[in-house]
Each structure stands twice: as C-alpha cells, then as structure tokens.
Design a protein around this ligand. Structure first.
Ligand code: PXP
Length: 238
C-alpha cells in the first residue's frame, strides 16, 4: 500500500512568516527516509502554501512518486505538463476554503474534466480524480478517461459511531466500484493515527494520501528535541 505524504502544511508554517523555513523540500526528504512511497503537494492558484519553487525542486530531488494535486485550470495544467510529476490528482479548489472541502462535481464538469484529463494523459501524466464516496461519481470518473480515483475520506473521518460505519461502507463501495471499472483506487483526507486502520485494510486499495495528521504529529514529537537544541546553544554561549 502506497503512503503518499502531503507536505503542504510544512509550507503553511513557512508562509506564516513568509520566510524560508521550515522547507517543505527538507520535509519531503525526511518523509522518504521515514518510509513514504510518495510525496504530494497542492499547488494552489493563490500559492497560499506550496509555491512554484517547491514544485521545481521537489521534481528534482524526489525519487518516489511525486503527486501534484491541482485544480484543472489552464495555468496549472501547463505547469504540470512542464514539470512532469509522476501523477496528478485533480481536486476542486475554492479560494476561501481552509482545505479541499469535497470531491469534484463530476456531473457539472464532465466535459471540462474529460478535456483536462486528455491534455495531461497526452503528456504521459497519469491522472487521478478526487471524488466523493459515491458509486455514480466513480462511474462518471471512468467516463472522463482518468486512470485513478482518490476517494474522499473526510466524511468518514468526521463521522462518529454508527454514522462512521456507514461512511466507511460508502468508501469501501466506491473503492470496489472503481476496481470493477478498471480504475486504480486511492483514498485520503482527514485520515489520522486513530481512524486510518479500517480504511487501510480495504481490499484492493492502491494508496493512502495523508498530510495534516502527520505534520501535526511531527510538530509534537520533534518539539522536545528542538527546545533542547536551543537550550544547549544558549547554555554554551554563556
Ligand atoms: N487528498 C486530497 C485530495 C487532499 O486535498 C488532501 C488535503 O490537501 C489530502 C488528501 C490530505 O488530507 P489531510 O491533510 O487531511 O491528511
């Protein structure tokens, strides 16, 4: 099972000071040392976290699967074609959202998506579509010519009790439908150390794409060490 680590939130921390640390490129190399099979970054139209420099350097240094999350706009499609990530995941993008809020609206955007998928595939870039856990949307994704889907696990992650079981069922059904349509099936969004297991055990799943929970844990497990380094510097200075 592929673990794709999303490093956007490392860039978010950097952008809090508009400086150069923490560098998402360094985070990506450490993620690979930790066992990541892939690195994901979302180059947003407003460049609120990851920027063009990050994508360029990551393309040079990342030897595992580089997955570019992107909206299907002319600008970003041109950048993807120019950079050549190992795959792209097309997501809906809204300027005001805190994070990607839902899967693609395939019904309204089918023709645009077909065109975008074709442009990317004509340039040998495999395409995944981020979709809601809905079998009809899986069928529509197949119609676009995409190679893969990523099933949105956000509703599963935020549900509780019986509702969570129902949401897990929808994720599993969507994955099964993708496989029977000949699409590779990934899943992601909102997965963390407490809820990942039931999703990771779904048969036939190709990969999981996880960001926020890993970056959050990294801040905590590294905090004590970081303070100790500063303590030592200050103590030695005096
Ligand atoms: N997959 C997609 C398509 C996403 O947009 C995101 C968030 O950027 C993720 C996975 C990772 O979600 P999270 O940060 O909640 O793990």
């Amino acid at each position: 099972m592929i673990l794709g680590v999303n490093i956007d939130h490392v860039a978010t921390l950097r952008q809090a000071r508009l400086g150069d640390e923490p560098d998402p490129v360094m985070a990506a190399t450490l993620a690979v040392l930790g066992g990541a099979d892939g690195i994901t970054l979302h180059l947003r139209e407003d460049r609120r976290h990851v920027n063009d420099r990050d994508l360029r350097i990551l393309r040079e240094v990342v030897r595992v699967e580089l997955n570019l999350e992107m909206a299907a706009t002319d600008e970003i499609i041109a950048i993807a074609i120019d950079t050549g990530p190992d795959m792209v995941t097309i997501v809906p993008e809204k300027r005001r959202e805190l994070t990607t809020e839902g899967g693609l609206d395939l019904k309204s955007n089918l023709n645009n998506l077909k065109e975008s998928v074709k442009k990317l595939k004509d340039n040998q870039i495999p395409v995944s579509l981020f979709i809601n856990p809905d079998v009809t949307d899986v069928d529509r994704a197949k119609e676009t010519g995409a190679d893969m889907v990523e099933i949105h696990t956000g509703p599963y992650a935020s549900a509780r009790g019986e509702e969570r079981e129902a949401e897990a069922g929808k994720v599993e059904d969507a994955i099964k439908r993708a496989l029977s349509n000949g699409l590779a099936a990934n899943a992601g969004h909102g997965l963390d150390y407490f809820n990942v297991k039931p999703v990771a055990s779904i048969d036939g799943l190709r990969g999981l794409y996880i960001g926020h929970s890993i970056v959050s844990r990294a801040v905590l497990v590294g905090f004590e060490k970081a303070v100790r380094h500063m303590r030592e510097l200050i103590d030695r200075a005096g």
